[in-house]
Design a protein around this ligand. Structure first.
Ligand code: GRF
Length: 190
């Protein structure tokens, strides 16, 4: 039985697309049950609709507080029968309260070799530190930002003429490989 995945996005959604392409394979152990965006104008939301995925807009601004927003997310996960949640460029932090009420695996893709460079602007930070290697990590999400157990990482070489943009583009290619690979591992055992 395929595991049902809820994907949360806020923007472009290229990692969601990579997950969706992987899920198209009949042998892949997961399927996308729902795509949720907290932003109405997220380009990824249009792509998901156009590609026949079930979508939901849950705008955090329409709730009085974070707890209400998180309950709405959890209700949507439950209604879709979700076994796994994948954050894919989802720009809201989930609170300890969320993790008290949602006990199933939550995965995220982060554009650095964690534990290095948590948070934003990771490519510039790697360049500023003179790194020769950079990359991406798929990790479990916990209440501590970008600090849950790493599932897998993929790295790229930093070139002397790299800018944050060229580096981001090469890391993104690796993200699109890493996320489906990690989901396959977790769905195979979840
Ligand atoms: C990616 O770089 C991901 O690592 C980070 O946010 C970005 C989302 O890009 N968490 P996309 O929306 O998946 O294209």
């Amino acid at each position: 039985m395929k595991k049902k995945v809820a994907v949360l996005i806020s923007g472009r959604g290229s990692n969601m697309q990579a997950l969706a392409r992987a899920c198209d394979n009949p042998d892949f152990p997961a399927e996308i049950a729902l795509v949720i965006s907290n932003k109405e104008d997220a380009p990824g939301l249009d792509w998901a609709k156009q590609n026949g995925l079930p979508t939901l807009l849950i705008d955090h601004r329409s709730f009085t507080d974070r707890t209400e927003f998180e309950h709405a997310l959890i209700r949507a996960f439950e209604e879709a029968g979700s076994d796994i949640v994948c954050l894919a460029g989802f720009m809201r932090v989930l609170s300890p309260h969320f993790f008290q009420h949602w006990r199933k695996p939550v995965l995220n893709i982060h554009p650095s070799l964690l534990p290095k460079y948590k948070g934003l602007h990771t490519h510039q930070a790697a360049l500023d530190s003179g790194e020769t290697e950079h990359g991406c990590s798929v990790h479990f999400v916990t209440e501590d930002l970008d600090s849950g157990e790493v599932i897998l990482q993929k790295s790229v070489k930093v070139e002397s003429d790299d800018t944050a943009e060229t580096l981001a583009a090469r890391v993104l290619e690796q993200e699109h490989l890493a996320y489906p690979e990690a989901l396959k591992m977790i769905a195979g055992r979840a």
